[in-house]
Design a protein around this ligand. Structure first.
Ligand code: MG
Ligand code: MG
Length: 257
């Protein structure tokens, strides 16, 4: 029999700190989403994110994480996750951009991602973005004390696959709190009623990565950038949520959203 690895439950005070970290991440993601236009480089966006963190007294969560060289992951079109910002990467009208961002406040982490259209994007890209965002919300709706990790993945993948999309399996969501990645893993697939049981006070990041074509991905020679094998579009959305007795509290939800 396998022992389940320890999952840390957060106290009310710790959750209050995580709310602050989540709010900063949400706020900066909203600002970036409004700022992104054709002609900008992904390096420009990294620089803006650094400045905004500094203004808010928050630390970057991703910089130097296993050697990652930026404060934000920016993944263009067929790039799935972990794209490295570059002053040479110019965004074009019609691109879609995965913006994955985290911060640390008083030692606690927040982590969230959105996929944004750059200028005017195709109906095909719009639908992929919408369905991926909805898949995240389906996953969040499956969260409450007593439910299982498998319930989340089942809800996420059912929605994305019903639309004909491939759900990435190589990268998964995760516990989060005092570290960016904690126990348990939170896959975007699974069987209802299986996996670790959710408890009030658990904090997890749910993050579907959904491909227009097949689910297969590969990592580029830079050692970071994950791309779809068929080079078709991919979208990514993520929220950090706290499990409650009755559902989920989304810690990275923008105010007013
Ligand atoms: Mg993230
Ligand atoms: Mg994450």
């Amino acid at each position: 029999m396998f022992m389940e690895k320890a999952v840390e439950l957060k106290s009310a005070e710790e959750l209050a700190t995580m709310r602050r970290a989540g709010a900063v991440v949400a706020d900066i993601l909203v600002l970036l989403s409004k700022t992104i236009v054709p002609g900008m480089t992904t390096g420009d966006i990294d620089r803006i994110a650094r400045e905004e963190l500094k203004k808010r007294g928050a630390k970057p969560a991703f910089l130097n994480y296993h050697g990652f060289p930026a404060v934000i992951c920016l993944s263009v079109n067929h790039e799935v996750v972990h794209g490295i910002p570059s002053p040479k990467r110019v965004l074009k009208d019609g691109d879609i951009l995965g913006v994955d961002f985290g911060c640390v406040i008083d030692r606690f982490y927040g982590d969230s991602a959105v996929t944004v259209p750059v200028g005017t994007v195709s109906p095909e890209a719009q639908r992929l973005i919408r369905v991926t965002r909805e898949s995240l919300e389906k996953g969040i709706a499956a969260v409450k004390a007593g439910a299982r990790i498998g319930d989340i993945g089942a809800a996420v993948s059912a929605h994305a696959e019903a639309a004909g999309y491939g759900v990435v399996r190589e990268f998964v969501g995760h516990g989060i709190g005092r570290a960016l990645h904690e126990e348990p893993p939170v896959p975007n697939y699974g069987k209802p009623g299986t996996g670790p049981r959710l408890k009030a006070g658990m904090t997890i990041a749910i993050e579907p990565m959904v491909n227009l074509g097949t689910a297969a991905v590969e990592t580029l020679a830079d050692g970071w950038t994950a791309v779809t094998k068929d080079r078709k579009l991919s979208a990514h959305f993520e929220h950090t949520v706290a499990v409650t007795e009755t559902g989920a509290e989304v810690l990275t939800r923008p105010t007013g959203a």
